[in-house]
Design a protein around this ligand. Sequence first.
Ligand SMILES: Nc1nc2c(ncn2[C@@H]2O[C@H](COP(=O)(O)OP(=O)(O)OP(=O)(O)O)[C@@H](O)[C@H]2O)c(=O)[nH]1
Ligand SMILES: [Mg+2]
Length: 458
Amino acid sequence: MKPLDDTIAAVATPPGEGGIAIVRISGPLARDTARGLLRSAAAGPPELSPRHATFLHAVNPSSGELLDEVLAIWMESPASYTREDVLEIQCHGGRASANAILDAVLSLGARLADPGEFTLRAFLRGRLDLVQAEAVADIIHARTSEALSVHEKLLAGALSKTVAGWQDALGSVLVHLESHLDFPEEELELASAAELAPTLDEVIAQMKLKLASFAWGRAAREGFRVAILGRPNAGKSSLLNRLAEDERAIVSHLEGTTRDTIEVQINAFGAPVSLIDTAGLREAGDEIEEEGVLRAKRAAAEADLLLLVFDGSRELVAGELDAALLAAGGKQALAVVNKSDQGAIPQEALLCAFGEILSVSALTGDGVEGLLLAIRNAAWSGRGAGGGEPLTRIRHREAVSRALSSVEAARDLLFSGGMADAAANELQRARRELKTLLGWGEPDDIIEKIFSEFCIGK
Ligand SMILES: Nc1nc2c(ncn2[C@@H]2O[C@H](COP(=O)(O)OP(=O)(O)OP(=O)(O)O)[C@@H](O)[C@H]2O)c(=O)[nH]1
Ligand SMILES: [Mg+2]
């Protein structure tokens, strides 16, 4: 892990041209950096008051040459993002000014920050726990306002608070059990175990609810994966283009047009969705098409939802339905009958197999909004489980699953003979898992990996 006692600096805004750019400095040299870099407009020393923006000149510390006119914001430890002294300099956008200022800052003793190192410091100094720090990265990557609101709640500490509640409840049971451990030869009386059961049951129920929230939490964070499958010429690529409102995939009347999978990001009424177009499913005519069909099957295996597209302008081809069901492999799927503008041919077999079919026209857009809504509903199914703040990462799910197993084991031990010491061990294990979920005791390499996914300057 990098040391905490030096001063880090980075450009916090993305490269490219924009109105302003921000250079961020955190650590013990922040104050001296301000003195060396900034001048009042009358060329005097900078007068910075905490949490105020001050209009100043940034100059080359050795030559005094003007680099840019800036706004400087001074935040004194511990009232800052990192809990260290922080200086933020807003300069003109584009690369030149921010880079010149960063160079000057580095010449005054700071070093270049690693990705996510400001947030890492906020975590190591106890301002954020690991779930909150992860939420910071996820806010930056959020693609829809609903996904954003999930991560904002996690940053505000919603999950952390729930976990603290579990810790307290398990702690109170532990205190009770440990008072019995002084007399290990005495078995915990069943009446006493029965008193503890409701607390454990409540924690178990809440943990199960949280685990059930993982599917939509993951969809909010990573995007819900939807693969479009069907025979050549069913209109899969046309549908992708229509849903993406962009001509991303080649469309043609020739069968077997699409070979590679094509992925686009769309917003399905608030749900972030990765939509994947695939090669038409049939006996491949050549080696390239064969590879395309393999890739289509792989995309189907990795998807959360399948759109099985049928050409509504003609009868089903022999074996078409069976091939589609085989490709679906029991996965959640919507039957989409395309080309409704060509007149609907009754598709009794589809109705029998799926119960419901969505009739659309990729050409006119008819029915496409209903399809988008159905995708959203699938992505957000189970939403509300977990009290509105889902588990969003596998790391969360694994920690809560392990904690749950231990709490369940503790409950069983109490009721099968009142084994207080063994139950206490399980509860301590559960509490350790929950502590790790919040980052305390999580190994350095896992922490470093999490922060390495951050942007520079965050
Ligand atoms: N009338 C009508 N034609 C459509 C519709 N959707 C697609 N088509 C036409 O159907 C043909 C095939 O469309 P594609 O989108 O390329 O079909 P595909 O399923 O991607 O085909 P492959 O890539 O070969 O598997 C094209 O000529 C499209 O213009 C629709 O809703 N109505
Ligand atoms: Mg296609």
